[in-house]
Design a protein around this ligand. Structure first.
Ligand SMILES: [Ca+2]
Length: 325
């Protein structure tokens, strides 16, 4: 039994728990929370994209323009995802598998000692690597532990949220708890708003929301751009164009329930557009307006407007570097 974000989590066997959950100290490397024998898989840094983006500020505008021009191609790419339902289902189910052969702590140490460092996100992990828990180190940040989903399309997705209707996580956490994350990276968790911001500011990112509806169908909504402004700007959410099967509930809702361009709110920091406190009234931190069309950070059945109203069963949110950059 371990506590996470001020609460107790009985859901997962102790041998699968990451001590302290996904909740690192702001001053303590996240990797240090790994228990003995539960080392993350060897990250194999790669990726010309990271090299390009090392001086990416000048290329960011160009890349964004390219994304806008190539939006129709992104939509076409989505068609392939209908063949990946099984893999999408995997995202919503726990991967309780242990380390794969050859991916022990020694390998991880050699990865660091080689001077190549940790990957900056899951997209820098070698294609074909298994899904699971990895150490990444976004630029300017200490190493953190994340779940990498390697089975969808070409893999490389960093899971920033996962939740199921029967979760033990309350989700009704404070701003600072949301900032640094809570839960279990092998189960239901929030990676941490600050860490999501730090990852997504490195390059140009896309986001995929994966939703299991009331009939256990797997739906998704993808936005070809994803970023969070920094904390001083309230971690304001910025999304690009929609494609998918769940419906565009994040950007197309009316101003009272839209989420795109909203600041993040938690129960103790109201940054919504409602006269009341949406986070306090609705059980979890989120990019509320007044108040929501999407409720995924919630203990209980979930909502994705147009798909389910309080009866979706599970969700996951994944981010990855956008194509064409
Ligand atoms: Ca308010």
């Amino acid at each position: 039994m371990l506590t996470h974000g001020g609460q107790t989590n009985h859901l997962f066997p102790a041998e699968l728990m990451v001590e302290g959950g996904a909740l690192p100290s702001p001053t303590e490397p996240h990797i240090s929370t790994l228990p003995p024998g539960q080392a993350p898989r060897l990250p194999t840094p790669q990726g010309p994209c990271s090299n390009i983006m090392a001086a990416h500020h000048s290329g960011l505008l160009l890349c964004t323009c390219m994304l806008a021009l190539l939006a129709p191609l992104l939509a076409l790419q989505i068609e392939n995802l209908t063949r990946l339902k099984a893999n999408l289902s995997d995202i919503l189910n726990l991967h309780s598998d242990g380390l794969h052969p050859g991916e022990d702590e020694g390998n991880a140490r050699r990865g660091r000692a080689s001077g190549t460092g940790w990957p900056k996100d899951c997209s820098e992990i070698s294609a074909g690597s298994p899904s699971g828990v990895y150490v990444i180190q976004p630029s300017g940040l200490h190493p953190i532990v994340v779940y990498c989903e390697m089975n969808v399309t070409d893999g490389g997705w960093t899971v920033i949220q996962r939740n199921r209707h029967n979760t033990d996580i309350t989700w009704a956490e404070s701003w600072s708890t949301y900032k640094y994350g809570f839960g279990n990276v092998r189960g239901d968790y929030w990676l941490g708003t600050e860490y999501i911001h730090q990852i997504a500011k490195q390059k140009v990112y896309q986001v995929r929301f994966v939703i299991q509806d009331a009939s256990n169908n797997i739906r998704f909504a993808e936005y070809n751009l994803f970023s969070l402004e920094d904390e001083s700007q309230g971690y304001r959410l910025r999304l690009g164009s929609y494609a998918g099967t769940a419906g565009d509930a994040m950007t197309s809702a009316n101003s009272a329930t839209v989420h795109d361009n909203m600041k993040f709110s938690a129960k103790d920091l109201d940054q919504d557009t409602n006269s009341g406190n949406c986070a306090s009234a609705n059980g979890g931190g989120w990019w509320y307006s007044s108040c929501y069309s999407v409720r995924l950070n919630f203990k209980g059945y979930l909502t994705w407007s147009g798909l389910c109203n309080g009866n979706c069963r599970a969700s996951a949110i994944l981010i990855k570097t956008a194509p064409f950059c």
